[in-house]
Write a new protein. Structure first.
Length: 160
C-alpha cells in the first residue's frame, strides 16, 4: 500500500504486509474518531485476511475482533449523540463479527484457543454492557473466565 492524496492504494505487496498496513491504518483512524473510514479500511483488511484456501486463524480472528471493536466504539459514540438507530446497527454489526471470530477460535486447539475464546467473550460482554444488558454481559464474562480458568487447570471442565 502507498498513500496518495490521503488514501491507501494497492502496490505489489505480499498479502501479510498489505493486511498489516491496513490493520494499522484502521486502528489509527479509529483512535482519531474517523469510524466510517476505519471501518472501510478494516473491511479491506478482512478481504485480504480471507484470501487463500485456508485463511490463517490468528489473522482472521484478530481482523474480525478489531473490526468489531471499531463498530462497537462507533456505536457507543452514536449512543452518546442520541443517534439510537445508527447505534443499534453498529452494535449488531460488532456482535456479528465477534460471533464469527468466536466460531473461528473454537476450531483451534490448545492454549491459544482458550485465550482467544476468553478475549472474544470479553469483547462480547463489553458490547452487551454498553447496550445496557448487564446480566447478559455478566453471564458471557463468567463463561469466558471459566474457559480461561479451565485452561490453566484452576477449575475442572464441566460435564454436559
Amino acid at each position: 500500500m502507498s498513500e496518495q492524496n490521503g488514501k491507501m492504494t494497492r502496490c505489489n505487496q505480499a498479502p501479510e504486509k498489505m493486511w498489516e498496513e491496513l490493520t494499522v491504518r484502521s486502528q489509527h483512524l479509529s483512535k482519531r474518531g474517523r469510524y466510517p473510514e476505519a471501518i472501510e479500511v478494516g473491511k479491506e483488511a478482512l478481504k485480504v485476511a480471507e484470501q487463500g484456501d485456508a485463511p490463517d486463524y490468528p489473522v482472521m480472528w484478530w481482523t474480525l475482533c478489531e473490526l468489531g471493536n471499531v463498530y462497537q466504539v462507533q456505536a457507543v459514540d452514536f449512543k452518546g449523540q442520541r443517534r439510537l438507530a445508527e447505534s443499534h446497527r453498529a452494535f449488531a454489526q460488532a456482535k456479528r463479527l465477534y460471533r464469527r471470530a468466536l466460531k473461528i477460535c473454537k476450531q483451534v486447539k490448545g492454549r491459544e484457543r482458550s485465550e482467544a475464546i476468553y478475549e472474544t467473550l470479553g469483547q462480547l460482554a463489553c458490547l452487551e454492557a454498553n447496550q445496557g444488558n448487564h446480566k447478559k454481559a455478566d453471564r458471557i464474562f463468567t463463561a469466558g473466565a471459566e474457559v480461561a480458568l479451565t485452561a490453566m487447570g484452576v477449575i475442572k471442565r464441566r460435564k454436559g
